[in-house]
Structures are given as C-alpha cells and as structure tokens.
Design a protein around this ligand. Sequence first.
Ligand SMILES: O=P(O)(O)OC[C@H]1O[C@H](O)[C@H](O)[C@@H](O)[C@@H]1O
Length: 560
Amino acid sequence: MPTPPIDPTTTSAWQALSEHESTLRPDLRTWFAEDPERAQRLTLQVADLTVDLSKNLVTDETLALLARLADDVHLTDRFEAMLRGEHINVTEDRAVLHTALRRPADAEPPLVVDGQHVDDDVQAVLGEVAEFAEKVRSGEWTGVTGEAVRTVVNIGIGGSDLGPVMVYEALEPYVAPELEVRFVSNIDPTDLAQKTQDLDPTTTLFIVASKTFTTLETLTNARLARQWLWDSLLAGGHIADTDEARRDAVAQHFVAVSTALDKVADFGIDPANAFGFWDWVGGRYSVDSAIGTSLAIAIGPDAFGELLDGFHAVDEHARTTPVARNVPFLMGLLNIWYVNFLGAHTHAVLPYAQQLHRFPAYLQQLTMESNGKSVHWDGTPVTTQTGEVFWGEPGTNGQHAFYQLIHQGTRLVPADFIAVATPAYPLSDGGTDVHALFLANFFAQTKALAFGKTADEVRAEGTPEEIVPARVFSGNRPTTSILAPALTPSVVGQLIALYEHITFTQGVVWGIDSFDQWGVELGKKLAMEIAPAVQGDTAALAAQDPSTRALIEKYLELRG
Ligand SMILES: O=P(O)(O)OC[C@H]1O[C@H](O)[C@H](O)[C@@H](O)[C@@H]1O
C-alpha cells in the first residue's frame, strides 16, 4: 500500500503560512534598505549555479514557514524514497529512478531495485551508447555506400524529443563540426518533409526514439523516413530494388532507443542496433538515458558524461543539503508560496542565453505534465491549486514582447532569469563587449521588477501629471536570478536537474503523482477513433458530436 498523501492544507505550517500571508506587506525596497545582508544571505550556490533568491516576496519568516511545510509533508523522506527506488509513481506502480541514470560508475552502495542491478544496467547501456557514438563520429559506422554519417535525424516526440533538441541547441558549440542533428517530432508531414528535403540519404542516420515504441507520431514518421530512405537510395542508384537491399539499408541507416526492444525488431530495426532503458525513467526525465544517443553522437561521449555529472552534482546537493539551503527545494517551495498563497497562475522562465531558447519548451513538459493533476496519488481530490503554467522566451526578445505585462499588468508572474557569464561567441561592437550589454539587460530587468519606480520619481523626470500613473512601476514583482560561469555540458545538466527537483518538491507538497500522465490518453484515443471519419468513413462521421462532425465536414470540403 502506498503511503497516503498528506493534505498540505491540514498541516500546521500551511495554517501558519496563511496567517503570515494575511499580514505580510511585501516591500522589497524597504526590506533591502533595512537589511544590508539580505542579498548575500539569500544567495545560494548549487554546483556551478549561483542562485539569488533575494528578490522574492519572502522574509526570513516566510522561508522558515515554507521549510516547516516541507517537514510537514516529509519532503526529504520522499526524495530519499525516490532515490532508493520505492514505487512513488503510485498510479503506474513504478519506481522513479532518473537520478540513477547519472550515478557515477563506482557509486556505493550499489543500487538494487525490484531485483534489478540498476547501476550495472545503466553503465552497460551507457557503454553501448558511447561505443556507437564513437563509431559514428570516427566514420567507422557507414551507410550503404560506405560513406560516414553527416546528419543524424532524431525521430521522437515529447520526452523523446524536447530534451535532446533543447540540449543540442544549448551545447551547439560542442557539436562536432562535420555532424548535424535534426529533430523530427510532429506528425504534420511538413516536419519530416522539411527536415529531409535537402539531405543526402547515403550520409543520413535515423534514430527512432520512443520509450513505448507505440507513439503514433513517432512510428508514422519512422515509416515515412524509411520510405524516404528507400526511395532516395533507389533514385540515386545506391541500392538494388530488392527486399534484401531494403533490409540492409534499414540496418545501416536506422537505430532505435526504446524500453520495448521487441517492438523495435517488429519495425525492422536490428535489436543489435537498439539501445534500451527502463520503465522507471519517465519520458520527460529521459534525456540523460539512451534517449540522449543523438547528443552522445553530436557532442561525444565524454561531454555527454560531463552532462550526466552536472545532473548528479545537483542530485547530491538536493540529497545532502538541509531544506533551508537546498536550492531546488527552496525554489519549489517558493513556487508553492506564489501559487497557493499569492495566487500566481503562471511562472516565466527567461533565459538570457540564446542557446537556451528551447529551455522553456522543455520545462513545459517537465513541469506541466508532471504537476498538472487534480487528484492526490491515492485518487482523492486535491484541496489546493496545483501546476502553474510555465512559459518563457529568451531575453532580450521577450522584453520587446510580453514583459510589459510582467512589469505593469494586474497578474503576479514570478520569473526565473537565467544567464551565463562567458558567452560562446564573444563579439565586440566597436569596442563594446556585446555580451556585457546583453547581461546589463538581465540585471536591469530584475532590478526594475523588484524596485519599480514611484510616482514621485516619475514626476521628478518632468512627466506631465496625467501620464504619471501610466509610467509608475509598482515593483515587488518577484524574480530569481540564476548565474552560471558558462554553458558547459555540466551546467546544462545542472539546470535540468535543478528544475526536475523543483518540480518534485511541488508535487510532494501537493500530494500528487508527478510521474504519471493519464491526462494525455483521452485525446490520443479519440484521434484514433476519429481518424476514419476524417478519411471519409460516413458511419464514423455520423457518430461524432455535432460540432466535431461539422468541423470534419468543413475540413473535407476544404480539402476538396
Ligand atoms: O517516448 P514515447 O513512448 O514515444 O512517448 C513520447 C511522449 O508521448 C506521451 O504522450 C507522453 O505524454 C510523453 O510523456 C512522452 O514523452
């Protein structure tokens, strides 16, 4: 029987936080003026990341109460239960062991879960992935004409796409110059068509990445890619028009990553060219498993190892640091404060690093698929709001688009600002360090959001009285600033693990199962039921509700 969840609203810490909130008057100007140590005290370190929490709407008392809440819901016990491999994914009766994917090879004591020697299995697959990656990188792995691979196309969706593509973009300066990775995810045929239209089939390797190997989008795209490969190899005169030649082409141009190696074989991919993982790795937690094979090829197994080390450094911080100094736990608790006590509906993540431009999209799956739940892990309804909407775009682009609302809108939008000190491309504009100019914006935005601009300050600039209200900035808009030395593989791993554990913390407080995703099932099932109607089956069309039927009819009419 799973441990019953604790309704957080019944804890004494929750009551105390409610009372505290009713009397707290957030005032960052005064708090900083009266407390010269605030910035220093509330700036913490996790691995290479310097995390300044001081511009959040909290006092020391708020943080102490949030730490008490963590105690009341047994946050650290549950984190340890996850690391040990208890089945904290209750609705799927599974362990949750993404942290095991980045344990060092010599970690002690060895992790054995449900009879499985987890460390040995993880290291074995890592070894296979590394060996394969080296073969591709060195040119030892060739296509049907003996040419080395130049382009890797990762076919996957959700967790089998978002993590790899995000990290690939983040670590682009580490990618071997002669290699390129492309990512096909959408079942919109445009995606596959655009990503293959200029490719040479003789130098292209497809990686079909799917935990379940049943996902409609991925399997459809894999079949389209296989057909493209056959057609273009035949058209170029590179293979004979025989089944055997087609089979050989698949063997040399397709590999797979999956937990379902039997299904990989059914597709026609040699299981010898498939890399496995396990049901205790959730899709959105899988970039550090064999799902990262495209990355291991692109950046090399050593850099991939550094990425894993970065994850592990944050795992260790989370495991060993008391809540009061524990960065992911505190950031998760701050999110609870904003969502449940200050009424925030969304959370912005704003990377001041162009290479992190896919990080918000990656976090959307991680956070929202994990914590968008309405029932506790035992099925009882939640008694509080859960999962806020995560969103964002890189700075400074966002400044010229939606920051207006964050600065002056009526909604509270807590925001994480992420920057790196050393740019990959240090350019100078007539003597001006452009990256320094870029980061001036990073520093300025959090300052403006925290301290605002009063009516008197606006007037002092000579602003006509009637425009003064429009030009006032209230301030007290909370931000967390995260500063890293550079976007190294380790730092990227650290950032991902940081948000994994933030997400975990929120899920534990809410008493929900952050590791299932039943909410994605209904739409998938209905799509399969509706597919015949969209292809003209009149009985299936008649069975639809009036709105859906009319929309499909309109579509059929437009298609002509
Ligand atoms: O890796 P796959 O089994 O193909 O799954 C791909 C994705 O699809 C599902 O619908 C889930 O919502 C995601 O969590 C998962 O990452």
